[in-house]
Design a protein around this ligand. Structure first.
Ligand code: FAD
Length: 487
């Protein structure tokens, strides 16, 4: 039976977890982390392992947010496409950012190996089956260019021509692909639970069912209010992602809650082989396009990006229709689990990582690709608190930018629609070119621009960082960042 709202496949297959208490008595500690998703837990782990007294307060249960509800694909990169990062900050800076994300992916792999956390599927980690970014429109030369850039930045990647793609993805939809062999897949919820256990093993405290309602964060000693108790600490790290706005509206205005969905099919047995012969993860190049992978003999299928966060009726049918459109040879596919997750998106699609003011830090807004970047965000924030490490300054060009409000949300949805229309036009052109090819007519060249991956929306809000509260804006010229790095 499908339970769209709450019964995720990963919840249904989660390892046993402890019931963690709510905070009931006032607590003094060194660092409070608001939010028990990947970002909060990685930050807490890095601090606790280096002897800091850290408490994580989570509104619901650990992994209740996107961190426990995602598709579990771990790969280098950010929600923003590399070419846009590059044009914003230049080659050296973009390469350093990329390499940080790759280090995040390695941190995930390393923690799984080190702790032996259960149920995460280490078999899928080593050797990694990789990831294919399948092009529905742009051609091989674009894939080759992107592969060349990734290789230059230290991540193995190769362009696959159409014939090679269609050997493993038996769909007429795909025209080339980018293969990233180092990417791997995890059970996302079990990973979050393993990460939480590692935090506690290192001495960190975690409180569930403890929503932060407000905070007095201006003074040296910060006070964080929860329903039954108050926390006091010198440092506060905001890791609440899309949910942070209720308690801290200024931060909430800089992040847009965007929903994406996932379904998992009933076992498909040998039928799967007629469609997909690739053991890794697949995503296409459209805005909010399809992404999928095989789990056992089931098919996990995700997609969609919408500012409407409530689940539509019969999400399972929508997902089954998406699968049929790409792989009609599978016949009717029953979806046994279907759910939505809410992703925190910033305007620039790059995470908000860094210092907001004295004793105030943020690791948030990771968008649709957060598993690897959250790992490195936690390390950057922790090492900044502990050692004054200022690598977080690399993220200053992607400061806090207002993203919500009536116009922010509407503009984003408009941009999603316009992007989708653009994708469809590209695909129609490709389809026409293929028909003409088949008829032996002159070939219509497929459009090769814009570049692949998930091309971001043009969000119609000002780009200047305007963090109003907490007080210190994180904006600084790019030159400062370069100076900080070379120091
Ligand atoms: C459907 C879907 C598929 C995805 N697939 C992938 C994928 O395959 N690979 C990938 O890399 N990324 C993927 N992502 C993105 C990834 O899941 C996120 O980027 C990542 O989990 C963000 O982690 P986070 O800790 O910032 O946010 P969250 O996991 O949302 O954690 C924030 C936590 O803060 C808590 N919180 C909020 N406000 C408060 C408050 N006031 N007091 C206390 N607690 C609070 C929330 O309850 C929540 O648990 C996907 C996301 C979705 C939704």
């Amino acid at each position: 039976m499908v339970n769209v709202a709450s019964d995720t496949f990963f919840e249904a297959t989660a390892v046993a977890r402890p019931d963690r208490p709510a905070l009931r008595t006032d607590l003094d500690c060194e660092v409070v982390v608001v939010g028990g998703g990947l970002a909060g837990l990685w930050t807490a782990l890095a601090l606790a392992r280096r002897g800091r007294d850290v408490a994580v307060v989570e509104a619901g249960r650990i992994g209740a947010g996107a961190s426990g509800r995602n598709a579990g694909v771990v790969s280098a990169g950010y929600a923003e496409i590399p070419s846009r990062i590059l044009s914003r900050v230049g080659e050296d800076h973009a390469r350093t950012l990329w390499q940080l994300s790759a280090a995040g992916a390695e941190a995930v792999r390393g923690l799984i190996a080190e702790t032996g956390m259960p149920g995460v599927d280490p078999a899928g980690v080593d050797p990694a089956p990789g990831r294919l970014i399948a092009f529905r429109a742009a051609g091989e030369s674009v894939a080759a260019r992107v592969a060349e850039r990734m290789t230059r930045w230290g991540t193995r990647a190769e362009a696959w021509p159409r014939a090679q793609v269609r050997e493993v993805l038996r769909s007429a939809r795909y025209h080339a692909a980018l293969h990233m062999p180092e990417a791997f897949q995890i059970h996302p919820l079990n990973f979050v639970l393993g990460l939480a256990a590692a935090v506690e093993a290192a001495g960190g405290r975690i409180y569930e069912s403890t929503p932060v309602q407000a905070g007095d964060v201006a003074g040296v000693r910060k006070a964080i209010e929860t329903p039954q108790a108050r926390l006091r600490a010198h440092e506060v790290v905001f890791c609440g992602s899309a949910g942070i706005g209720g308690a801290f509206p200024a931060l909430g205005r800089c992040i847009l809650p965007v929903a994406s969905h996932i379904g998992v099919s009933a076992p498909l047995g040998e039928r799967l082989d007629s469609a997909i012969r690739f053991a890794g993860a697949v995503s296409d190049t459209r805005q909010g396009g399809d992404h999928y992978r095989i789990i056992g003999d089931r098919l996990l299928w995700g997609g969609g990006l919408t500012t409407r966060t409530s689940p539509p009726a019969r999400l399972d049918r929508l997902i089954a229709a998406d699968i049929a459109a790409v792989y009609p040879q599978l016949g009717p596919v029953e979806i046994t689990h279907a759910w939505r997750g809410v992703i925190g998106y910033p305007v620039h699609r790059m995470p908000q990582i860094g210092r907001l003011g004295p004793g105030l830090w943020i690791a948030s807004a990771f968008g649709g690709q957060g598993i690897a970047p959250t790992a490195i965000a936690g390390e950057l924030v922790a090492s900044a608190i502990l050692d004054g490490d200022d690598r977080w300054r690399l993220f200053i060009p992607f400061g806090l930018v207002p993203a919500t409000g009536v116009f922010g949300g509407f503009a984003t949805q408009l941009a999603f629609w316009s992007r989708r229309l653009h994708d469809r036009l590209d695909e129609a052109l490709i389809g026409r070119a293929e028909q003409q090819d088949a008829a032996g007519a002159a070939k219509v060249p497929p459009p090769e621009s814009p570049p692949p991956e998930m091309v971001p929306p043009e969000i119609l809000v000002p780009e200047s960082p305007t963090l109003q509260s907490p007080p210190e804006p994180p904006a600084a010229p790019v030159e400062d960042v370069a100076a900080a790095r070379s120091a």
